[in-house]
Design a protein around this ligand. Structure first.
Ligand code: CP
Ligand code: NVA
Length: 326
């Protein structure tokens, strides 16, 4: 099995291959909207391993798998021997002998790559600390729907610039040829190694890494993500103080100078007090909104929820692309 039939990181794919995945996602979305049965992978079995929690990725893999005619088995954190009593390599060999494909959401990128090397079946990265590649196909599919083409777009990511989402948006934009800016305080800017990968795979767009918020000027898309990612052990207060100036709010929108700018967020988002963590932060520190204000979130929510729905159509494309020739 060629390693590229797995989807563990974006840089394993060329611009043309990523574009093919985006177009295939749009095709699957049209099939679904037209009510046309597309159970092309009937009889296949896939396993979904989740070491971290998930709403979108889990639901997307489940519904996508079922629509394609596959049997889907969820293996949640602590429910299998993985990690405690059994290594990643042994788990890969066992699951690979039973399932036709494996989704893995976990902590280290090394683990998902080991799984892919030893399973003998396609492995899809449902998020690690380093990358979130399935999210990328949904995001760029959404941009193609909204703008008609990705050509010449400027995507500006503001916030924690060295998390999985910032890394993935940086390299994927570079591969696809968009202009990408990561705006973050110096201590939260992408690691040199990630920037080097983006430059190595760049196909035309410009790459800007800065702490200067004036650089939002000219953005077509403003993007943000949570300020503390799953599994991060940091002082919440320090992180909030560092990132508050990088919140997406009305003022920042105006700084783009582009009345047609859109806002995306991979979700979940802290934009109001309707979550347990949101309320705890409010009680402790007095902040009711974090990375994005509720005003801005609501204004752009149709795009943000379109992006969320597209997770399902794009994951269908990713699995079909991997499994179609097996
Ligand atoms: N965007 C995303 O990956 O959401 P979940 O954590 O709910 O899967
Ligand atoms: N950076 C976030 C993304 C969630 C989809 C996290 O890893 O928690």
């Amino acid at each position: 099995m060629s390693p590229t039939t797995s989807f563990v990181k974006e840089i394993d794919f060329s611009k043309a291959e990523l574009e093919e995945l985006i177009d295939l996602s749009l095709h699957f979305k049209a099939l679904k909207k037209d009510g046309l049965v597309h159970n092309y992978l009937q009889g296949y079995n896939i396993a979904l391993i989740f070491e971290k929690s998930s709403t979108r990725t889990r639901s997307a893999f489940t519904v996508a798998g079922q629509d394609l005619g596959m049997n889907v088995t969820y293996l949640g954190a602590g429910e299998i021997q993985l990690g405690k009593k059994e290594s990643v390599v042994d788990t890969a060999k066992v699951l690979g002998s039973m399932f036709d494909g494996i989704e893995y959401r976990g902590f280290s990128q090394e683990d998902v790559e080991l799984l892919a090397q030893h399973a003998g079946v396609p492995v899809w990265n449902g998020l690690t600390d380093t990358w979130h590649p399935t999210q990328m196909i949904a995001d760029f599919m959404t941009l193609k729907e909204v703008f008609g083409s990705l050509e010449g777009l400027t995507l500006v990511y503001v916030g924690d610039g060295r998390n999985n989402m910032a890394n993935s948006l940086l390299v994927t934009s570079a591969i696809l040829g968009l202009h990408i800016k990561i705006i973050a305080p110096e201590s939260l800017q992408p690691e040199e190694e990630i920037v080097a990968l983006a430059k190595q795979h760049q196909t035309g767009g410009e790459i800007t890494i800065t702490d200067d918020l004036a650089q939002v000027a000219g953005a077509d898309i403003l993007y943000t993500d949570v300020w503390v990612s799953m599994g991060e052990a940091v002082n919440f207060k320090e992180r909030i103080d560092l990132l508050l100036p990088y919140q997406i709010n009305q003022g920042l929108l105006e700084k783009t100078g582009n009345p047609d700018v859109i806002v995306l967020h991979c979700l979940p988002a802290f934009h109001d007090l309707n979550t347990q963590i949101g309320r705890e932060i409010y009680d402790q520190y007095g902040y009711a909104e974090l990375e994005i204000t509720d005003e801005v979130f609501q204004k752009y929510s149709s795009y943000i929820f379109q992006e969320a729905e597209n997770r399902m159509h794009s994951i269908k494309a990713i699995m079909y692309y991997s499994l179609k020739n097996r």
